[in-house]
Design a binder for this molecule. Structure first.
Ligand code: ZN
Length: 230
């Protein structure tokens, strides 16, 4: 066995050990050594599935054969219910030196300011979702200027994606989910009243990049915190 093959074999063996370790610890309710607490916590799931969506039976939590994470499995029809992250997509629309924000008319964070964004629908592209959400929340017409920030939020099973955008006119007004829509200069941004950390992060990146004179695509990860939701 050459060194590369040996190294692959060692890694594979250590991976298999980890699977067994995770399964044993899960059954005992203890996070396995070396596993981040959040990975162990995922099976409890923020949104547990109680009944199988295929046949209606009550599901069990177990590690299916060949898998390495606890899943919700239907004992009647065998369906494995995978819980995958949801995509929240939006835009950062700019008019001259100002950014368009919406004040939320719905929970969570009713009354707080945000960029127009929302859950991606099943039949659309990321770019279509960004434009649709911007129109729904701010009745604003935009031209996208490229992907800007991608924010992983593993503890709530979400990924937030924000595009930079150019407002095509100032005919925007609040949609159903907004109380108010307004353009803000950097000095006017109500930082203490921004609804979500992913949004304040995108805004801070934007103003920093604008000062530098070039915009860089970024990927960030937010861990649980109390400063802002989520
Ligand atoms: Zn079922």
């Amino acid at each position: 066995m050459n060194i590369t093959a040996f190294s692959h074999a060692t890694r594979f063996f250590s991976y298999k050990l980890k699977i067994v370790d995770l399964a044993n610890s899960y059954n005992q309710g203890i996070p396995p050594a070396g596993y981040p607490e959040r990975i162990h916590r995922v099976p409890a799931m923020n949104i547990p599935i109680i009944h199988c969506s295929t046949c209606g039976s009550k599901v069990n939590t177990e590690i299916p054969p060949g898998d390495h994470r606890p899943r919700q499995v239907c004992p009647s029809c065998g369906q494995v219910h995978y819980l995958n992250p949801k995509l929240v997509v939006g835009s950062l629309p700019v008019w001259e030196d100002k950014v368009l924000l919406c004040r939320r008319a719905i929970e969570p964070r009713l009354g707080f300011w945000t960029l127009p964004a929302g859950f991606m629908e099943a039949d659309e592209t990321l770019a279509e979702a960004a434009c649709r959400e911007t129109f729904e929340e701010a009745c604003a017409n935009i031209e996208l200027q490229g992907l800007y920030t991608l924010v992983n939020i593993p503890h709530i099973n979400q990924v937030h994606v924000i595009y930079r955008a150019r407002l095509l006119d100032t005919g925007f007004h609040p949609g159903e989910e907004s109380l108010e829509t307004r353009l803000f200069s950097e000095q006017e941004i109500p930082w203490d009243e921004i609804a979500f950390r992913s949004i304040s992060l995108s805004l801070r990146n934007f103003f920093e990049d604008r000062r530098r004179g070039s915009f860089t695509q970024r990927e960030e990860t937010l861990l649980p915190g109390t400063a802002h939701l989520p």
